[in-house]
Design a protein around this ligand. Structure first.
Ligand code: PSV
Ligand code: MN
Ligand code: MN
Length: 430
């Protein structure tokens, strides 16, 4: 049996204390939903199958741009990060895999790491390469680019790193490589906008050709930062062009914080699905830019509309629908375990709201150009309080009725503060 971090008895007594109120609330929701022709039990079964990957880099306290304020007991290596991700999975039950980032999570013994994760009840999701910062042991600098650098030896070094990520990912049981590069220009004239894209295609093709057959290469675009004038893979258009050029295993990944302000992300979802290129998500929320705030903390309605498109996309073509769902957040001032639990629930809530939309009613209103009826169909779904359904789904899967309350009661962080070495204040994340 896996070596789970939180005592089962603690979870059981917590759930027993919540059971009566929870069932009462769920029955109420079930009656409400059945009045709109929706079967709550069926939705609950579907929600139980939602799987989100947690980011190893999100398990530590993030210091993105200015500073990092270390927290006693935060994880400082991959083993400790796995333990914390295991707490999130044990209590929330919808984050069964971890997405590692290399070289941050580098290990000489991937097989041992895989075993360690399995003992904690975890598997591995997409591996992420990092050529957006220099490492102390590397020969050539990425100051002027990595996969798109003007000089072939630097591009080769970046390609090699991606190949090493695939190798380690194979041993961990991953099925995808996520590639985000910061390459671009800070000044007009600094680089050829077309040649840099050509170089990207050339380098990416070499990585693509090393992909195992059952893997995907997820291309992640981002509008700006660290390049502030132009970025080589800046938007879904560039990403789609590249994915189409590379081949069927190349797909586009949407990070919710990587767009121009006010961009209609749900429409991008629909377009990428139409092109058969919807590869995955980095969930987070954003107010101004690539803020990496907690999912659903700023704009939960947008998250709902994104899942509304995802539910439609799956219904249109379930055979090819397999987007990888990952969380990509930077937890600067909260306990990362609490942020991940809260975010995973917000994502599951958006999915549930989308599942309770009456699709026949929506389609009929759209066909009849009954604008208000169409809008009200979405609104009704969004207005349901689905928390009892989420909580019961968790409890039935062995998780906690109120994960954050139980996590606090478990004293996990205080215990780890005694055991773990203190994190340094140096910012380590882009
Ligand atoms: C870049 O902003 C990004 O969203 C990419 O996914 C990176 O891998 C991640 O953040 C961590 O820096
Ligand atoms: Mn991202
Ligand atoms: Mn980002």
């Amino acid at each position: 049996a896996p070596d789970l971090p939180i005592a089962m008895e603690l979870i059981e007594s917590h759930n027993t204390a919540h059971r009566e109120v929870l069932e009462d609330d769920y029955d109420h929701l079930k009656r409400r939903l059945s009045r709109s022709g929706v079967d709550a039990d069926k939705i609950k079964q579907r929600v139980k199958r939602l799987e989100l990957a947690t980011p190893t880099w999100g398990a530590g306290v993030g210091g993105t741009r200015f500073a990092k304020f270390p927290m006693p007991g935060e994880p400082t290596n991959i083993d400790e990060k796995l333990e914390d991700c295991a707490v999130v999975q044990q209590l929330g039950r919808n984050t069964p895999r971890v997405s590692p980032h290399f070289p941050w999570d580098w290990t000489e013994d991937p097989a041992a790491l895989k075993d360690k994760a399995a003992a904690l009840g975890l598997g591995f999701d997409a591996v992420n390469s990092n050529t957006f910062q220099d490492q102390s042991d590397q020969k050539r600098s990425y100051r002027y680019g990595s996969l798109t650098h003007t000089q072939a030896p630097t591009r080769d070094q970046a390609i090699e790193h991606n190949l090493a990520c695939i190798e380690i990912g194979r041993k961990l049981g991953s099925k995808a490589l996520t590639v985000w590069i910061g390459d671009g220009a800070n000044f007009p004239g600094q680089q050829s906008l077309s040649k840099s894209f050509d170089r990207y295609l050339d380098s990416a093709a070499q990585i693509y050709s090393a992909l195992p057959n059952d893997w995907f290469m997820l291309l992640e675009h981002k509008l700006y930062e660290p390049a502030f004038y132009s970025t080589v893979i800046s938007d879904w258009g560039s990403s789609l062009l590249a994915a189409q050029e590379l081949g069927p295993k190349a797909q586009c990944l949407i990070d919710l914080g990587h767009h121009a302000p006010n961009v209609n992300i749900e429409q991008i979802v629909a377009r990428l699905d139409a092109a058969g290129k919807l590869g995955g998500f980095h969930f987070n929320d954003s107010k101004y830019g690539d803020d990496d705030l907690d999912s659903g903390s700023i704009n939960p309605h947008q998250l709902f509309l994104i899942f509304n498109e995802l539910v439609e996309a799956e219904a249109r073509n379930s055979a090819r629908f397999h987007p990888a769902y990952m969380i990509d957040q930077s937890h600067n001032i909260t306990d990362p375990i609490e942020s991940l639990l809260s975010s995973a629930e917000a994502i599951a809530a958006a999915f549930t709201h989308a599942l309770v939309v009456n699709r026949d009613e929506l389609a009929a209103a759209q066909d009849a150009n009954d604008v208000m009826a169409a809008f009200q169909t979405l609104r009704r779904a969004y207005n349901h309080d689905v928390r009892p359904l989420l909580a019961l789904a968790r409890v039935e899967a062995g998780g906690a009725a109120d994960p954050i309350a139980l996590y606090r009661k478990s004293g996990w962080r205080d215990r780890k503060a005694q055991e773990r070495r203190r994190a340094s204040a140096a910012p380590g994340i882009v």
